[in-house]
Every structure is written in C-alpha cells, then in structure tokens.
Design a protein around this ligand. Structure first.
Ligand code: ADP
Ligand code: MG
Length: 363
C-alpha cells in the first residue's frame, strides 16, 4: 500500500532538482563563482511553482540549467524521473521538452502574431501548423490579433503571445523568467492572475522566477524563497506567510516586526500588548524569552481599547491605511486599518491583538 503511494507520487513529479550546484568562471579566469549552491525543489505535474528571491540570488541560472543552457557542476535535474543534468549527464535543450518565456518576451518583430506562435511548430505540415497556432491564439484570447505585429500590441498582449508561442509545441514544462517585470506595476497582479488561469486551463506545469512577492503569491501553488543559490523554504504561499521556518523567511515575507515575548504557558506567550495563543510547533518552552512576529494584519485598531499606541507614520493605500505605531516601550509595529479611520500623526489610538498564527523564534 505504502509502496504504491510512493510510486504514484514519483509518477506525478515532473521536475525534481537535487543538490544542484552551478558555477561560472571567475573574472580572472583562474577560479569560479558559485551561483547555485545545493538547490532542492520538486514540482508535480500541473503545478505552478515560483522561485522568489532578490536580484543575483541565482534564479535565472536555475531556469537556464533546467532548459539545458548551463551545465550542472554537481547534483541532478530530473524531468519525469529521468536525469537530464548532472556532473556526468547533459541532455541538450532540444531534447528536454521544456519551453521558456524570456523576461523581455523576445518575440520576432518581423513576424506577425500568428507566425510567432507557429514558429515552434515547423516540424508539422503547413495546414496543421496554421490550425494549431490559431487554436493557441484563441486560448490566450487574441484571435483578432493574428495579423498584427508585436509592436502593435500592448505589453500584456505581447506577453500572452510569448506564452502561446512557448505552449504551442506542448512542452512538459514552461519556464518564465520575471514574466511581469517589463509591464506596468498596476497591470502586474491582474496579469499574474490571468496567466495563472491560462496555465491551469491548459494543465501546464510551470516554474517562474520573480523578485516580487505579490506576483509569486498571485500565480503560484508552491513558492521557494531563494537566498545565496539555495531554496530556503519551498511551500504554499499560505504556509510561507503563516509558518515561516526561520527568521530569514519571516523577515522576507510580508511586512512585520519582532517584539519580545515571554512564554507563560504551553499555549501562551505574553508580549507588551497582552497574551497571544500559541499554536503547535512553536519555538520555545515555558519560561523562555522569544521573539514574536507581529504582522500588519495582527494588530487591529479599536477605538474602545485601553491599549494605546502613537501614530508615527501613515501611508494611504485606498481601502486602508498602513499605520506605523509606537508602543509605550518605544517598539514600532505596523497596523492595517480601514481608511475611514483617518488619524493624525502624533495621535494616540486604541489597538488590540488579532494574531491567529503566532510565529515565535528564540534568539
Ligand atoms: P538572478 O536571476 O536571481 O538575478 P542570476 O542567476 O542571474 O541571478 O545570477 C546569479 C549569480 O551568478 C550572480 O552573482 C551573477 O552575477 C552571476 N552570473 C549570472 N550569469 C553569469 C554569467 N554568464 N557569467 C558569470 N557570472 C554570472
Ligand atoms: Mg534573473
């Protein structure tokens, strides 16, 4: 029974990366610099994964390695349980069934939208090629743009063409390098949701990379936070946010601060603002001093609360204000407050705790 489950699991794993190491020659040509340093991840068939990390942490290198453009120094990349990259093996890119959407879309400017999409289908007879390209154009809702040239399209439309071009040859896996970075900020989240719908509707497995957390959360089932060429935590956005495995992740995801706390009982930690209930698996035992993560949604404004904090900064965000509040100890915390509560800087307002998943770390 157990064996069967394991077998089924490995059958549904499309991409698996184990202890991957990738290096580039150093400038002086004498040594090398490590860009990817013991990276692990697993992506199931049909899943959308995202590598999230700041610039230079190795995201694009990972994608290029999966495509077959960078050799592995050690470790392995497996596609459908078959090793495609290791120290000893390097399957060429055209035999990997992996499609790539580049950061700048890289559409062919002298080809029409339809010709761009048909480009990867040249192994097919002309009629079949044309039929498939039109079908993909329809799937990204651009049928009326078949004869247009890329420069006649908006950024979001160009992106959909790039996506259709990558999907048309039906690769096993699509890789997307910062797919929204060249688009307007206010478009990005909408397009991320739209792209997720297209990928899901076509049952495509995809791995994208971005430095933008909201984008990662909007599009991906699983997100890996990367730092220094490694995935630190590979989890659902919900788990990353509510159960960060260490302080680095807690700092990186969301907006929060750490305040001092004392564990009073198995299930209680006391902080300056009162007692919080501890869930399972927290860090520390009764009597321990810990750091407690307080996020902008863990503190609520309540005019009737006896606990007061001073407004230090405020940012209007439409539906709400992001207030920076100073507690009596001097500690500053964030609070997201509906924007009809418009308080002046310097004013003292009532607050209460509304933390559901309390995250604590020992020093
Ligand atoms: P990211 O996509 O997260 O910004 P990259 O994968 O592009 O990161 O780069 C990771 C590290 O590898 C960086 O330090 C970068 O300078 C270095 N690097 C990337 N490409 C090359 C290259 N072709 N030659 C040498 N060093 C490179
Ligand atoms: Mg990059």
């Amino acid at each position: 029974m157990n064996e069967k489950i394991i077998e089924m699991n490995s059958a549904s794993t499309l991409l698996s990366i184990k202890q991957l190491e990738i290096v580039y020659p150093s400038q002086d040509g004498l040594g090398y610099n490590t860009a990817v340093n013991g990276l692990n991840l697993e992506l199931a068939q049909g899943e959308i994964g995202c590598l999230l990390g700041s610039s230079g942490c190795g995201k694009s290198t990972v994608l290029r390695a999966i495509c077959g453009f960078e050799p592995a120094r050690s470790g392995e990349i497996l596609l459908r349980n078959k090793v495609v990259s290791s120290a000893a093996i390097h399957i060429p890119p055209n035999q990997r069934r992996v499609g790539m959407v580049f950061q700048d879309f890289a559409l062919f400017p002298h080809l029409t939208v339809l010709e761009n999409i048909a480009f990867g289908l040249q192994h097919l007879p002309a009629q079949e090629r044309d039929r498939l390209a039109k079908d993909w154009l329809k799937r990204v809702s651009l049928s009326d743009k078949a004869g247009s040239y890329p420069h006649e399209l908006s950024g979001g439309q160009q992106q959909r063409v790039a996506l259709a071009r990558a999907m048309a040859p039906e690769p096993d896996l699509i890789l997307l390098d910062e797919p929204f970075s060249s688009l307007d900020i206010d478009l990005r989240e909408r397009l991320a949701i739209e792209m997720r719908e297209i990928l899901k509707a076509n049952e495509i497995t995809a791995l994208l990379v971005t430095h933008d957390q909201l984008e990662a959360f909007a599009i991906a089932d699983q997100v890996g936070v990367m730092s220094d060429g490694k995935v630190i935590q590979w989890d659902s956005p919900y788990e990353l946010y509510h159960k960060p495995m260490n302080r680095y992740i807690a700092d990186f995801i969301g907006r929060g601060v750490f305040v001092k706390g004392l564990i009073r009982a198995e299930d209680k930690v006391e902080i300056e603002l009162g007692a919080l209930e501890l869930g399972q698996g927290h860090d520390g035992k009764v009597g321990d001093e810990v750091n407690v993560l307080l996020r902008e949604d863990d503190i609520q404004h309540d005019d009737n609360s006896p606990v007061q904090a001073e407004v230090v900064r405020k940012t209007f965000r439409g539906a709400d204000f992001l207030y920076t509040l100073r507690l009596s100890s001097g500690t500053e915390v964030f609070a997201l407050v509906p924007s009809h509560h418009d308080h002046a800087i310097g004013e003292k307002i009532g607050i209460c705790l509304a933390a559901d998943h309390v995250v604590t770390f020992k020093d």
